[in-house]
Design a protein around this ligand. Structure first.
Ligand code: FAD
Length: 501
């Protein structure tokens, strides 16, 4: 590598992961990276992946993209959380919100006070103490304002059309200096001594050289998986879903929900993701418990609007490459691993890999093995956190109405999740960490939402006068309801924002 020239980065793949990576490197490291991207229209992109997490807002903002412009281009809607139906028990539902339930008081988490009120038979449903849940259920939306005085934090994400997000990022990426090559990579050149990749060869004879290669080739994992043979860690014994039947529909109602819906099904679950112009639908299922024809039929009968296409079956394997960065190849997106979309985490995982890559980006002169190791540890941590949280949704159930639910209810879970469950059951506490995904409110939403209450909670809640506690909780609930009643409807807010452009 030349010690003065920018590092020559070649991104293989022009899906969501590829264009997010290329655009970020070109925009945020303009002096340190020159970026080429290769994509093949013959192969195309996966074309699903529509629900996101609040972190995506930071991504859009950091690149200097205007939210309204991005939302208009991708037909996006706002998302306040996920409505889980029939997971703990058929007929029950709860929202996992992008915000807190109440607020910590005197060092004790709000949920402990809620558990105390619950013990006394004086608690309203937990969701009524969350601004996000209340707004979602009322189909209302407005961004969190600075002067919001309530003791319940509030965040949001987007739901966008995956087939429009890629082209939007492509246009942006090219505007900040990414060089795009259309073509099919058929061969990979490697250095005989180091094993590093030196160039990618296209079917028409072109040769694209690079110092660092980012594999965003999707499930093919052309560089990390096929060329470097990086070991695959399979998690299907914990996450048995390995297929999805996706089918877009028209909206069935005038309202557009500001949240994603996940409804448990006999062999998995189905999503509903509202976009401006249509509703994304899909049944994520386990082929060990149902077949593709039955799954397609199930999504046809469950979908509420008019179908806009026939169901399309996608196949996947849950798990990840043991190392996401090997030699001079970094895997981002599906090329590095996949966890089913129950909590809309894939794009987040790609975003985090990009963030870590930027932080640990090689200096001129070569890749520092310590940086590569640090990257791999961070990516592992992110995947492990998501994995445990996903498994919880299946395992914490009382459902015994199908073989699938009997299997996930009784299966052995990873030790890391077993420890978290034990801590919650015995003490009502959530394991503390400051990095990665899913903090207290997320775990509490699922535990309580799926009927898993702890044996005890923080005894300091007993030090608060019971009448004052009851009055304070009631005040919070009323304030939230009143604040939400002043918000515009989700559709109204969307139309107002996007028509301003
Ligand atoms: P792809 O979109 O597959 O892109 C691969 C790229 O590599 C393409 O441009 C292709 O042309 C190129 N390529 C491959 N081989 C070659 C070659 N030989 N030569 C040249 N180019 C090549 N994520 C979420 O965050 N939220 C969700 O709600 C969500 N839902 C999902 C539902 C399902 C059923 C599935 C399967 C995934 C879902 N995901 C979701 C994941 C999400 O779709 C992906 O993380 C995201 O689209 C990134 O995909 P990608 O860019 O890695 O791969």
């Amino acid at each position: 590598m030349d010690r003065h020239a920018p590092l020559k980065v070649v991104v293989l793949g022009g899906g969501t992961a590829g264009w997010m990576t290329a655009a970020s490197l070109a925009k945020l490291l303009p002096d340190r990276a020159s970026v080429d991207l290769i994509e093949s229209e013959d192969i195309g992109i996966i074309g699903v992946g529509e629900a996101t997490l609040p972190h995506i807002r930071g991504f859009v903002e950091r690149l200097g993209i205007r939210e309204a412009e991005f939302m208009k281009a991708t037909h996006a809607t706002y998302k306040l959380g996920i409505d889980f139906r029939d997971f703990g028990r058929i007929g029950e539902s709860y929202i996992h919100p992008f915000g807190s339930f109440g607020e910590e008081l005197a060092g004790v988490g709000f949920h402990h006070y809620w558990l105390e009120l619950q013990r006394r038979g004086e608690a309203a449903p937990l969701g009524e103490y969350s601004m996000c849940v209340a707004a979602a259920l009322a189909n209302r939306f407005q961004p969190p304002s600075q002067d919001l005085s309530l003791s319940s934090t509030y965040g949001y994400a987007y739901q966008f059309d995956a087939t429009l997000f890629g082209p939007f990022m492509r246009q942006f990426g090219q505007s900040v200096g990414v060089t795009r090559h259309e073509g099919l990579v058929t061969n990979v050149e490697r250095d005989g001594d180091t094993g590093n990749v030196t160039a990618l060869l296209l079917n028409d004879g072109r040769r694209i050289e690079g110092d660092l290669f980012v594999d965003c080739s999707g499930f093919r994992s052309l560089l990390l998986g096929q060329e470097l043979d990086e070991e695959w860690e399979d998690w299907s014994h914990w996450l048995p879903c390995d297929r999805a039947a996706a089918m877009p529909c028209t909206h069935a109602t005038e309202d557009i929900r500001p949240y994603t819906t996940a409804t448990a099904m006999p062999a998995g679950w189905r999503w509903q993701i509202p976009l401006q112009h249509r509703m994304g639908n899909g049944y994520v299922f386990s082929s060990a418990f149902t077949d593709e024809d039955a799954a397609c039929e199930a999504i046809r009968s469950a979908a509420e609007g008019e179908p806009l296409a026939d169901p399309r079956v996608l196949r996947f394997r849950p798990g990840r490459r043991r190392r996401s960065w090997s030699h001079n190849v970094v895997g981002v997106g599906l090329a590095s691993g996949f966890l089913e979309p129950l909590e809309s985490t894939s794009i987040y995982l790609a975003q985090m890999a990009i963030t870590y890559l930027i932080e640990l980006f090689p200096e001129p002169g070569g890749i520092e093995p310590a940086d590569r190791d640090a990257f791999n540890q961070l990516v592992d941590m992110e995947y492990d956190r998501v994995r445990d949280f996903l498994i919880l949704h299946y395992h914490a159930t009382t459902r015994d109405d199908s073989e699938f639910w009997n299997h996930v209810r009784t299966m052995t879970v990873p030790d890391s999740l077993g420890d978290k469950l034990e801590l919650w059951r015995k003490t009502g506490r959530i394991e503390k960490y400051s990095d990665g995904l899913f903090f207290d409110a997320s775990w509490i939403a699922v535990y309580v939402g799926q009927g898993l209450l702890p044996q005890r909670h923080d005894s300091r809640t007993g030090m608060v006068d019971p009448e004052r506690l009851k009055a304070a909780a009631e005040r919070l609930r009323r304030e939230i309801a009143s604040e939400v009643s002043r918000m515009p409807g989700h559709r109204e807010y969307l139309e107002r924002e996007t028509s301003r452009l």
